[in-house]
Design a protein around this ligand. Structure first.
Ligand SMILES: [Mn+2]
Length: 427
């Protein structure tokens, strides 16, 4: 389905007087601080976040799954859903596919469909953390790290195939996340598992097109509960560094032990030009995959403060990172969840853009932690929502994406199109 532009304009028009008032006020507040609201708006409009195909259906837990209804069953449906999100938010200009579930049938038709929604194909994701019905060898005891070369080769070949599909669609990067590890002490030789993983990744890296990047994602536990082969940013960086210039670390917010200083990891990886991608979500205990900003918006702001610092540093060699939401849970309408996540990401980005970096640097040079905190929190406590709304309005999006989604009865429409008992394919 597609949203009727006139209907969206009518919905926006009703909220326009209030928006004009709050945006006008905020513009004046920012101008007094020497900040140009239009400059921030331009950056917000350019900031696009990829939506993974697996986030469009209701997520489950190991206990159960409760469908929302109207979930996308095909790649075309998934592209359509991201198209809806993009039309409302003007922030979701890319889709990230998961193979084997999202193998395109007619590549040209799929590309044309995505193009009609203004969507690009972001990083493609391989999957070696479960067995497919037709596969010869099992990943029960690992994939790229497996003791048996035949299993490793199957996983390598799968990744090379994923690159092939991505290349046909115009993707420029492959994200590798491995479930490989062990659940019991003694089960795995840590060193050999790491070396086998490196060797397998080298074979995948050799198959990367010249203008592609390889992202190595890490995670400390789950589904393995004693060790994971790529447990932290250090392991990820070691692999990326050994692989070569086209390999980078990927930071997923939920893939850290509680209280890890993720903003410092981001700053350090960008310092050495090796932060390739970032996955957004939020969590309280582990990889909870909750809506971005639902629990720790200040942490997200502090991370963005480092991201902006890295991105705006003229001496930085770090490439522009690939942004993706990696969240999928089991209570909300997935589309509303994603709209809320997009909003939280861009709020943190906008706030980070307001940080007075020169003053912050001076406070640091003067060993003045009180002033440094004042500077950061002055930015963080600024209500930048009117900036986001104005950026969307100027791009023909919705002033209030979740409100418009509800007013337009999009879920009801999707259920009538696809049925109430649909289950989205893939993970
Ligand atoms: Mn992730």
């Amino acid at each position: 389905m597609r949203i009727d532009k006139q209907q969206l304009i009518q919905i926006n028009d009703q909220a326009l007087p209030d928006h004009r008032e709050s945006f006008g006020h905020l513009s004046k507040v920012l101008a007094k601080k020497g900040l140009d609201a239009n400059e921030v708006i331009k950056k917000l409009q350019a900031f696009q976040v990829a939506i993974p195909s697996w986030a469009l259906g209701t997520g489950g837990t190991r206990f159960g799954r409760f469908s929302t209804g109207g979930e996308p069953g095909t790649l075309e449906d998934k592209i359509g859903d991201v198209g809806l999100l993009h039309q409302l938010s003007q922030s979701a200009g890319a889709i990230s596919l998961h193979i084997p579930w999202d193998i395109p049938g007619d590549v040209q038709a799929v590309k044309a469909l995505a193009d009609s929604y203004g969507l690009a194909f972001d990083a493609v994701n391989s999957n070696t953390f479960q067995d497919q019905a037709d596969q010869e060898h099992s990943y029960k005891f690992g994939s790229l790290c497996h003791v048996d070369k035949a299993v490793r080769q199957q996983a390598i070949d799968h990744n090379l195939e994923v690159i092939k599909y991505g290349d046909a669609l115009g993707s420029k990067s492959l994200t590798v996340w491995l479930a490989d590890g062990s659940s019991f002490p003694g089960q795995l030789n840590f060193k050999r598992a790491f070396q086998r993983t490196l060797s397998s990744l080298q074979e995948i890296y050799a198959g990367l097109p010249a203008d592609w990047k390889l992202f190595v994602e890490y995670k400390p536990y789950e589904p393995n509960f004693y060790s994971t082969v790529i447990q932290d940013w250090g392991s990820s960086h070691m692999l990326a560094d050994k692989l070569g210039d086209k390999a980078y670390s990927l930071v997923d917010l939920g893939h850290h032990l509680p209280n890890t200083n993720i903003e410092q990891i981001v700053a350090t990886l960008m310092m050495v030009g090796k932060l390739g991608g970032f996955h957004f979500n939020d969590s309280k205990y582990g990889d909870d995959d909750l809506t971005v900003g639902a629990l720790k918006p200040y942490q997200l702001f502090l991370i963005f403060n480092e991201l902006v610092d890295g991105m705006e540093d003229p001496t930085s060699t770090n490439p522009y990172p690939a942004w993706m939401i990696d969240a999928s849970h089991n209570l909300k309408d997935p589309m509303e969840d994603l709209l809320q996540s997009l909003e939280a990401i861009k709020l943190a980005y906008a706030q980070a853009l307001l940080v007075d970096r020169a003053a912050l640097e001076e406070a640091r040079e003067n060993n003045d932690p009180s002033l440094a905190q004042e500077i950061l929190q002055n930015a963080y406590r600024t209500d930048v929502r009117p900036l986001l709304a104005e950026a969307r309005l100027q791009s023909n999006g919705a002033l209030d994406p979740v409100g418009a989604y509800r007013r337009l009865n999009i879920r009801k429409e999707l259920i009538s199109l696809r049925g109430a008992k649909t289950i989205s394919t893939g993970l």
